[in-house]
Design a protein around this ligand. Structure first.
Ligand SMILES: Cc1cc2nc3c(=O)[nH]c(=O)nc-3n(C[C@H](O)[C@H](O)[C@H](O)COP(=O)(O)OP(=O)(O)OC[C@H]3O[C@@H](n4cnc5c(N)ncnc54)[C@H](O)[C@@H]3O)c2cc1C
Length: 345
């Protein structure tokens, strides 16, 4: 008998499954590539200071130290490099913003996350930065497709993975276990991202999906190696190739690329880049975001052998490791979950 069936192997299911393994428990993962996955198209950025005014993100002091250790350890286990720790350079929009940020950087709560003593030389030939900029620290990006595919192979080798569209009607829930076809486990946790809207066990979840699109661009003679963010993020993928991420839309929630988003991203990239570029790829996806921007995590109130780990919104990479650990401790040690999260009602 397995300790847990995990349905869905995006970043949520991957991180949760590894959290079980780390704790000497045996997960069994069921997932499919026939349904869309936000993790396969995401930019993969983790950034402790976000938004126009660089606000410290929810639980930043816990999430960021935790995620570095988590992904580094997972790299060792998988023998694959997918974590790119890099500062995020943020050019100032005005002298006022420059002054504001220099003052803010002196505050204790921002000190671990800000570098105001930036070596501007590494950016000034490529990036429009007439007022200079700051760097956010403890930031970077994760190559999600690489991590997900590598973890999929790892699970398959251990016979802990089955590729199929989960058939909800085949799940049996008993007082002491759950059974799905011939697989028995102590519990089941659903990590289906946006596809959770088809899950009959959890209805009326407080989702507020947000579509996002990104383009990859080839930039003539570009040399900057950190992420740059102002309006959009420019993620260095390989020599001269950058990802421009991303748009937000709460309408037309399909997974198709659009001319409108491409035009918006090109415009924003032009505002940042001094050099010519051409678009070489475009991707679209839908974020499993929620109304209050907090994840949905917990056990079913009437069926405690059934759980959900979802609602990671636009921050799956930074939220998943720490919150999977909290969820694990909630299940096995009865530890409380962060009170802000959405628990299934
Ligand atoms: C354009 C864009 C840019 C983004 N950029 C970032 C970023 O820079 N940083 C960041 O942290 N986040 C980013 N995100 C958000 C990120 O993608 C999500 O937070 C994260 O991917 C959610 O992961 P998940 O595992 O919950 O869902 P998903 O990745 O969607 O995974 C769900 C998995 O479950 C499987 N599944 C669903 N139903 C079933 C079923 N019935 N049977 C079997 N399998 C099933 C699906 O096939 C899929 O593999 C971005 C999203 C988009 C769209």
């Amino acid at each position: 008998m397995y300790d847990c069936i995990i349905v869905g192997q995006g970043i949520a299911g991957t991180v949760l499954a590894y959290t079980f393994l780390k704790n000497q428990k045996t997960p069994f993962v069921i997932s499919t590539d026939k349904l869309p996955s936000a993790s396969q198209v995401a930019g993969g950025i983790f950034n402790p200071l976000t938004g126009k005014n660089l606000v410290k993100t929810w639980l930043a002091d816990e999430l960021f130290p935790f995620l570095h250790t988590f992904y580094r350890e997972l790299e060792q286990v998988l023998g694959e490099k997918f974590l790119h720790s890099t500062p995020i350079y943020r050019p100032f929009r005005s002298i006022e913003e420059q002054n504001e940020w220099l003052a803010k950087s002196a505050l204790q709560e921002f000190k671990p996350y800000l570098n105001t003593d930036v070596n501007e030389n590494q950016y000034c030939s490529d990036i429009k930065n007439p007022f200079g900029g700051v760097e956010t620290l403890q930031a970077g990006w994760v190559e999600l497709p690489k991590l997900l595919n590598s973890f999929h192979c790892f699970l398959k080798k251990k016979s802990l993975y089955f590729r199929e569209i989960f058939d909800y009607s085949a799940l049996q829930i008993f007082s002491e276990k759950v059974a799905y076809k011939d697989i028995e486990a102590e519990r089941i946790i659903f990590c289906e991202g946006t596809q959770a809207i088809h899950n009959p066990f959890f209805q009326n979840l407080p989702f507020n999906f947000a579509k996002g699109e990104m383009i990859d661009v080839w930039v003539e003679d570009a040399s900057f190696e950190s992420i740059v963010n102002q309006g959009v993020s420019l993620i260095p993928l390989q020599e001269n190739t950058y990802r421009v991420a991303s748009t937000y839309s709460w309408e037309g929630l399909d997974w198709e690329i659009s001319e409108k988003a491409r035009t918006e991203l090109i415009g924003k990239a032009r505002n940042l880049l001094k050099k010519d570029f051409r678009v070489i790829a475009q991707n679209a996806g839908v974020r499993p975001a929620t109304k209050n921007r907090r994840p949905i995590i917990g056990l079913h109130p009437q069926m405690p052998r059934v759980g959900i780990f979802n609602g990671l919104g636009s921050k799956g990479v930074s939220l998943a490791p720490y919150l999977a650990d909290r969820f694990y401790k909630h299940i096995y040690e009865n530890a409380p979950l962060p009170h802000e999260i959405n628990q299934p009602a």
